[in-house]
Design a protein around this ligand. Structure first.
Ligand code: OSB
Ligand code: MG
Length: 369
């Protein structure tokens, strides 16, 4: 047992090397909250996956900051905390899984660092390296998209995911498929379509896609199940899955056959492990999603992706795909398209103090009154 002395929150901002456009907006800059949890024995780090605006989900940085500072962090500071207790201590706040994940992960990091155990081994990881894919934003033209795909394939990425939106879909995806008959190719709609777009899904169904990710509204499991009956391509859910309960509901309904696991979207690494287990029991493969994380969140994701049922390449791309300079030592892709799972204590990486200071926009410390 260890006592939490303080929790420092920082809002950090890093420019992206290329703008990232999805069906819900364009990002040129990554801004996220980091938590530094200090216990009697160690320091642990957690990264919040919320962004500037409540667009991917209801959570966003300004709101997450308040929930973390005024509600979640005060519930932990000054208390003895074991990994088994941390979720329960935060359960009085309804929802806000991204904010909760930040602290759940940071506390686990601190506890594991004190024990000298890696997060990968704690979650039951079975591999030292994981296969990586890359998620490509909506491009300005088909030519530009094809160039980007070529560039990432040259680097070794083992799966290409294309962001799509109504009007910028079948033709683009077909062009990529025509240029690369054999690659693992998927699309991600970020909930931009409805069942009225069935013709689009039927056309995509002919392009041998690995999956279609989050085609419909995130609250609509029933219509995802209807769509899954109408197309042969596997559907994968991202935004719809915020807990292991959602994952079982989706799989039982037949709303998807694959699950994207983002630990931050489901409240942290412990619930992510439960989602993994639920999917494994149903025989559904999972893969590790991403939210353009800095090295802190990336290290957390890589540990998770070492678990047995993560059998598809994840959105765990190299640091340089996002940032000229990451907050941690950069994560690199090997030519075979894999990345090493950190093996040091906890998440195995730390932010560089000077870089962290340089990109800090806002900082507050929660201490025991
Ligand atoms: O839907 O998976 C998504 C990025 C921001 C918001 C939503 C998503 C994404 C990605 C990027 O696809 C994945 C990554 O490289 O981190
Ligand atoms: Mg997605």
């Amino acid at each position: 047992m260890t006592t939490i002395r303080s929790i420092e929150l920082r809002l950090v901002g890093l420019p992206l090397v290329t703008p990232f456009r999805t069906s819900f907006g364009e990002m040129t800059h990554k801004e996220c909250i980091l938590a530094r949890v200090e216990t009697d024995d160690a320091v642990g780090w957690g990264e919040c996956i919320a962004g500037d605006e409540p667009d991917f989900s209801e959570e966003w940085n300004a709101g997450a900051w308040l929930v973390l500072r005024d509600l979640l962090a005060p519930a932990l500071v000054g208390r003895d905390v074991r990994i088994e207790d941390v979720e329960r201590r935060l359960a009085f706040v309804r929802g806000h899984p991204m904010a909760k994940a930040t602290l759940v992960n940071a506390v686990i990091d601190a506890v594991l660092r004190a024990e000298g155990a890696s997060l990968g081994s704690y979650v039951g990881g079975v591999r030292e390296r994981v296969a990586c894919g890359v998620s490509i934003g909506i491009a300005s033209s088909t030519e530009r998209l094809l160039e980007q795909v070529d560039g990432y394939l040259e680097q070794g990425y083992r799966r290409i995911k294309l962001k799509i939106e109504p009007g910028t879909d079948v033709e683009r995806v077909r062009a990529v498929r025509d240029a690369h008959a054999d690659i693992l190719l998927s699309v991600d709609a970020n909930a931009a379509y409805s069942l009225e777009d069935l013709a689009t899904f039927e056309a995509l169904d002919d392009l041998a896609l690995l999956m279609i990710e989050q085609p419909l509204h995130h609250e609509d499991l029933v219509r995802h199940a209807e769509l899954q009956r109408l197309v042969s391509t596997d559907l994968c859910l991202d935004e719809s899955i915020r807990s292991a309960a959602h994952a079982s509901a989706a799989l039982e309904l037949g709303a998807c056959r694959i699950v994207n696991i983002k630990q931050g979207r489901v409240g942290g690494i412990l619930e992510a492990r439960r989602v993994h287990d639920v999917a494994a029991t149903s025989g559904a493969p999972v893969w590790c999603g991403g939210m353009l994380e800095t090295g802190i969140g990336r290290a957390t994701n890589l540990a998770l992706a070492a678990m047995p049922n993560f059998t598809l390449p994840g959105d765990t791309s190299a640091s340089r795909r996002y940032f000229a300079e990451d907050l941690t030592d950069p994560f690199e892709l090997a030519p075979d398209g894999t990345m090493a799972v950190p093996s040091g204590p906890g998440i195995g990486v730390e932010p560089d103090p000077a870089r962290l200071q340089g990109c800090t926009v806002r900082r507050e410390v929660v201490e025991k009154e």
